[in-house]
Structure formats: C-alpha cells, structure tokens
Ligand binder design. Structure first.
Ligand SMILES: [Fe+2]
Length: 295
C-alpha cells in the first residue's frame, strides 16, 4: 500500500498549522499586527485544509484501486488453482471409471442418495458438498485391490474379503494427499463402520461414527442392495428399504433410517433412474469446493 501521499498530506497540513501558530504567537506578542496577517493565516489554514482533503481523496482513490487489483489477482489465482484441482479430481474419477466402471456408476448413485438424505436431515450446504465429494470418491481405494479379487465373478473367499476391506484405508491414504479433498477423507475412511460397532476399519460404535459417515453408510448399502452383482441379481427398492429398516440400530443409525423412510421409495427410485439416464456425470469442482474455501 502506498503511504507516500498521506504522509505528504499530513506534512503539508502540519506545516501550514505551524505557520498559523507562529502568526498567532506574533499577534499575542505584537498586538499591533496588521489584520492582513490574520487574514493571511486564515487563508493559509483554508489552503492547508483543501490540500489535505485533496491528498486524502487521492489516497482513498488509490487505495480502492489497489484493493480492486488485489481482488482481481486473487480471483485469477483462485481460478487457476480451481482448474488444477479439478484436473486432479477428474484424473482420479477417470482412473476409477477405467479400472471398474460399475464402481463409478455405484459412486455416482451413492453421491446422489447421500446428498438428498443429508439435505432432508437439514444439513448445511458445506456438509452436503463434503458428502457428495465422498460419494464420488468413497471407493477410490479399490484401485489398490487386485483385479482377480475386485472383478471376481463368484463369491469371495474370507481372505479375499480381508483384502477388499482394506479399501477405506487405501482410499483415505489417496485422498489425504490432496488438500482440497481432505474434507471428504474422514467419510471415506469410515463409510463401512456399523452402528453396533462391528464394522471396519476402526469398529466405531453408535454416535462415535460421525453423522456424515452414518448417513453415507445407509446410502451406500441402499445402492449395493439395488445393484446387480456378478454373484447375485439386483433387489427391488422396496426390498432394500425393508432390509435397511430391519437393520436399523444394528448396522444403520436409526435417525438416518427414519430420514430414508421419510424420503420414500418413489423419490429414491427417481434418483436411481435419473443417474442411469445421465451417464458420466459432469462434475464441477466449483460446486463442491467453492473458491472461498481457498482464500
Ligand atoms: Fe466401500
């Protein structure tokens, strides 16, 4: 910030007021001082004030100009950062899609279910963004699961399940590397925790599992049940609802199950169909991680 004009202005004012004080001093000591000298002082004070006003206005104008330029610079660098981050997000999404297309379709539906569920439960936009982001990336850790297990057409053996069960931690490790995705990392790590404490990887119980992860678990399970798997057919939405209701308080948080019931089968089926029609979702990072988060 340029301080020179203000300093000069203040110096000019100080100079004029010193001059005035000198005149008054002389008038006290020499009462016969001509009225013309007093008028000179008044003239000097007015000129000084006008000069000060001019300097202040100039200073304010320059300050506003600099503020505007600074904001422009910030906006431009934020856009560049946003583009770089969006590129990184798309690279991850494409990697997951190329690795296993079914997982990507599942992620898109889970993102939609979880966001609607969280919105219905009255969560603010910032939390909805976190859960949507986690929806798209929650199974990113499956990139680290060998094909022979991930794409196995028959039922998995217990040791193969153990390998699959590592994907929340692998996903957490991947997402932790990117600061702008950190908000979704916790949900990714905890999306297979169960309300009764029998989940993985940490075995957290009840409300020790963060609300977003509890909501997420319901959305994830709903889609898992209503999607076709190599070893079983997709179940109808009504059947999946009944199963989730049965597991309320066991696998799922009762508060989240209640919210799901309130939304209803019809609404969730609509979302399922619209995701199917949309295909590969066009993601805009700006919608999930607003520019203001970086500043
Ligand atoms: Fe998962």
């Amino acid at each position: 910030m340029k301080k020179k004009p203000l300093v000069l202005g203040l110096m000019a004012v100080a100079l004029f007021y010193f001059a005035g004080a000198y005149y008054l001093y002389r008038k006290l000591l020499f009462p016969n001082l001509a009225p013309r000298d007093v008028l000179t002082y008044i003239w000097v004070v007015i000129t000084g004030f006008l000069l000060f006003l001019a300097f202040t206005l100039y200073y304010l104008f320059t300050f506003r100009q600099q503020l505007r330029e600074e904001k422009d610079r910030q906006r431009k660098s934020c856009t560049k950062l946003q583009q770089a981050n969006e590129g990184a997000l798309k690279a991850l999404i494409h990697a997951l899609d190329y690795r296993d297309h079914d997982t990507w379709d599942h992620s898109t539906r889970v993102a939609a279910y979880a966001t609607v569920l969280a919105e219905h439960m009255g969560l603010p936009q910032s939390e909805l963004n976190k859960i949507a982001l986690a929806g798209y990336l929650h199974d990113i850790g499956k990139i680290g699961v060998p094909d022979r297990i991930l794409l196995k057409p028959t039922k998995l053996l217990p040791e193969e399940w153990e390998t699959i069960k590592r994907h929340p931690e692998l996903g957490y490790d991947i997402i932790q590397q990117l600061e702008f995705l950190n908000t979704a990392a916790e949900i990714i790590l905890l999306h297979h925790e169960r309300y009764d404490g029998s989940g993985y990887p940490l075995g957290l119980k009840g409300h020790k599992i963060p609300l977003l992860a509890r909501i997420f678990a319901v959305a994830d399970a709903l889609d898992a049940m209503t999607s076709e798997r190599p070893y079983r057919a997709a179940r109808p939405m009504t059947e999946a609802f009944a199963e989730i209701r049965r597991l309320s308080g066991v696998q799922f948080c009762p508060q989240c199950v209640k919210a799901l019931e309130e939304l209803g089968v019809e609404k969730l089926s609509e979302i399922q169909q619209s995701v199917k029609k949309q295909g590969m979702v066009k993601l805009r990072l700006e919608d999930l991680v607003p520019c203001s988060d970086y500043l």
